[in-house]
Design a protein around this ligand. Structure first.
Ligand code: NDP
Ligand code: OXD
Length: 312
């Protein structure tokens, strides 16, 4: 039996699609009459504190999110393997966001928009893409996809990950000891890290001050599409104000929804989207999780299992 525990998304729609795909395998929702001990899989997003109570026969927790930081903080998370969402459609959507914002900052969008508003004709040539280095923090599923889509556009690419990576066309940096060197040659910093104790608050004033300053007019840019817990918003406000950063694209926030009182809303060189960089699409999600259940019921090992020790 599969139990859905999805908050903030259209659970009824997911349930209908999963029932159609998995039939006759039973799919239940909170409030349906069922024996909790008979539940083998629970499909979760922002689960409530009681979400896992009584689920004594679980084989796996299926995470609607690619990021599992919220799930791992659940006070009564069962000791079952966690399978996260890994999906080509999700990766494509994330890369769409990354490419859009990187190209916007590379082409000095903030500067030319201000010129337009002032009716000012002022020719300033952006650097060539090859002269502009995009540094991607997090070279996992999403980081690698973003790199593969930025490469044909001609950008110089570098990445920072926990363990070394050998990816064609991307200069790899690995480990905390290489972080400064990685930042020193980066003009546009893209964050696609998971949120863990090591990465919390990594987008801070000190980090911004270490980025390369002489390439993009107005200063280096950041693009955060991972988690709000990675950024110190007071530091972003300060850095955008004093020129330490030329621009910031933020899809995620320390508190979501972003409070109306946040100063970020009013900053001209800050580009805000409401955590929509990449949504988990029901059609591909249903295919992915149904296949995982079918394969596991047939004796296959689970895939994309989270390493709880690492935190992602
Ligand atoms: P992966 O687990 O595939 O990749 C994580 C990458 O981060 C790996 O390269 C890993 O290194 C690296 N990493 C982890 N910890 C550290 C560290 N301490 N120092 C340096 N590098 C580190 O994750 P995904 O690519 O699938 O997803 C990344 C994040 O994107 C998710 O966790 C989620 O928070 C966010 N996300 C946001 C969405 C949105 O709509 N805004 C949608 C989907 C995801 P290594 O390879 O060495 O292990
Ligand atoms: C995710 C997200 O982690 O939507 O998938 O943020």
């Amino acid at each position: 039996m599969l139990l859905l525990h999805l908050s903030d998304v259209d659970e009824a729609n997911w349930a209908e699609k999963l029932r159609a795909e998995l039939s006759p395998y039973p799919v239940v929702r909170r409030g349906d009459g069922f024996d909790p001990a008979a539940v083998r899989y629970v499909f979760a997003w922002k689960p409530k504190p009681e979400a896992f109570d009584g689920l004594t026969g679980l084989k796996a927790v299926l995470s609607l999110g690619a990021g599992v930081d919220g799930l791992l903080k659940h006070p009564r998370l069962p000791d079952a393997p966690i399978v996260r969402f890994v999906d080509a459609d999700l990766s494509q959507r994330m890369s769409d966001y990354v490419v859009a914002h990187v190209t916007m900052h590379h082409r000095l969008y903030t500067r030319f928009r201000a010129d337009q508003q002032a009716r000012r004709w002022s020719q300033l040539y952006p650097p060539a893409a090859s002269e502009t280095t995009v540094g991607i923090m997090g070279m996992g599923v999403l980081g690698q996809d973003a790199a593969a889509r930025l490469r044909p556009l001609g950008f110089t690419l570098r990445s920072w990950s926990r363990t070394p990576k050998a990816i064609e066309g991307v200069e790899g940096f690995a480990g905390a000891e290489t972080f400064e060197a990685f930042l020193a040659g980066t003009d546009i910093l893209v964050n696609l890290l998971p949120l863990t104790p090591e990465t919390t608050g990594i987008l801070n004033y000190e980090t911004f001050g270490k980025l390369r300053r002489d390439r993009l007019d107005g200063g280096p840019a950041i693009v955060n599409a991972a988690r709000g817990g990675h950024q110190r918003e007071a530091d972003i406000v300060k850095a955008l104000g004093d020129g330490t950063l030329g621009a910031a694209s933020l899809d995620v926030f320390e508190t979501e929804p972003l409070p109306t009182s946040s100063p970020l809303w009013d900053i001209e060189n800050c580009y805000i989207t409401p955590h929509i960089a990449a949504i988990s699409d029901p059609a591909s999600g249903v295919r992915y999780f149904s296949q995982i259940i079918r394969d596991h019921e047939a004796g296959e090992p689970l895939i994309n299992v989270v390493d709880r020790q690492r935190g992602y």
